[in-house]
Design a protein around this ligand. Sequence first.
Ligand code: UD1
Ligand code: CA
Length: 455
Amino acid sequence: MTTDIVILAAGQGTRMRSAQPKVLQPLGGKPLLEHVLDTAQSLQPRHLHVVIGNGADLVQKHCADRPVRCWHQQPQKGTGDALRAALPGLNGAERVLVLYGDVPLLTADTLRAFLAETPKGAVGLSTALLEEPRGYGRIVRDAQGQVQAIREQKDCNMKEQSIAEVNLGMMILPVAPLQNWLADLSANNAQGEFYLTDVVAAAHASHHPVRPFIFNDASEALGVNDLVQLAALERIYQRRQVEQLQRQGLRLADPERLDIRGTLQCGQDCWLDPNVLCIGKVRLGNRVRIGMGVVLQDVDIADDAEVLPYSVLEGAHIGSGARIGPFARIRPGSDIGVAAHIGNYVEVKASRIGAGSKANHLTYIGDSEIGTGVNVGAGTITCNYDGANKHKTLIGNDVFVGSATQLVAPVRVGDGATIGAGSTITKDVAAGGLTLSRSPQRSVPDWQRPKRQPK
Ligand code: UD1
Ligand code: CA
């Protein structure tokens, strides 16, 4: 059967109290609408349509790189009116699956089952039995038990309000009769809107079968109307991702205290302490250990590496067996070699650190290339910026840089060189030997400390 998907995303979202359109609010670091688009695309419909209205320009931009047709609904007169906007695009499809742009947790598996269980020509409804049906449209059945209509909460009488069977919103509709059903909608209801849900009564009247499909996990159909619900969905989303990773072998001190805004890929026997935040694409090899409060953004960490608490790593590759932190900052373009150590209060930017090299304390390494087996002493600074341009510091293998050294770039240090502590290096250093630049030490034995003046 040829199936199109329409995502309704024109609604206002006033209750979000935000200048941003609701469907662009982030869940797991990704706009709500993009979650729905990803799921919809994975079902490979003939065409994917999005109905836009509020914040249309911004929303359309988010669809620009996708195989999506946008339809404008202006003004917004209800869900039935919204689907009408996309009708011209449905020509040639046998059925249409209607999704909402603010219902981000739906899984492709559930939708596949929904599509498979809705026979050709039938109306498919997504339903659930809820203890607390408030706010949802109710499924009204006739004397034979057939679905007769959906009654919106605001239009329900007392008896209808007690119905626990609800419409979760997603619908499958046969395209052939749809045009007439939508044309015949009336806005004569409590909200003065053209309800998409009224097509159910039209289908029933014209003897089209209406098939409810019960969602086992109604939480998949949860929508976002305000920031309280957005936060609740964020937790569900995070829990889902973490459970998936746990099943793949990830060990966590506390599964409630990991946040993934993007993707996290882990090898075997990785361990995460509490409050780790992963952003973008994070990849961990085998036996990687991540300490408390670490932020990982677009990083690739090889086998047996360890990141100690409160370190922030971004856009970097960390070699196997390396040790980072605590309190280290690794910035974009950095490549930390095998078994290298980057310690506390060390910042590394756009630099390559060779295998086994160490910078353990209070150091800034920027725009540098450091060879293997190098020891960078405490308080070393590569002075890479002259106020206008950035310059490189190139350090060979087996170099010993004494503490509190400043390397004024551009500068090169040859293999095996030793630099005396407290040096300011402004010229290239030859291989081997000791280089130091230090003012001579002087003592004034009979010097007196200044005394406080009497008041
Ligand atoms: C809708 C259903 C209700 C169901 C509930 C599930 C109708 C009339 N009611 O109600 O039976 O229980 O979802 O959450 O369909 N939208 C537009 N244009 C509009 C109005 C809405 O694009 O003019 C979009 C919204 O952006 C949203 C979706 O349609 O993504 C649902 O609209 P909303 O107003 O939230 O419908 P509900 O009142 O929740
Ligand atoms: Ca809603």
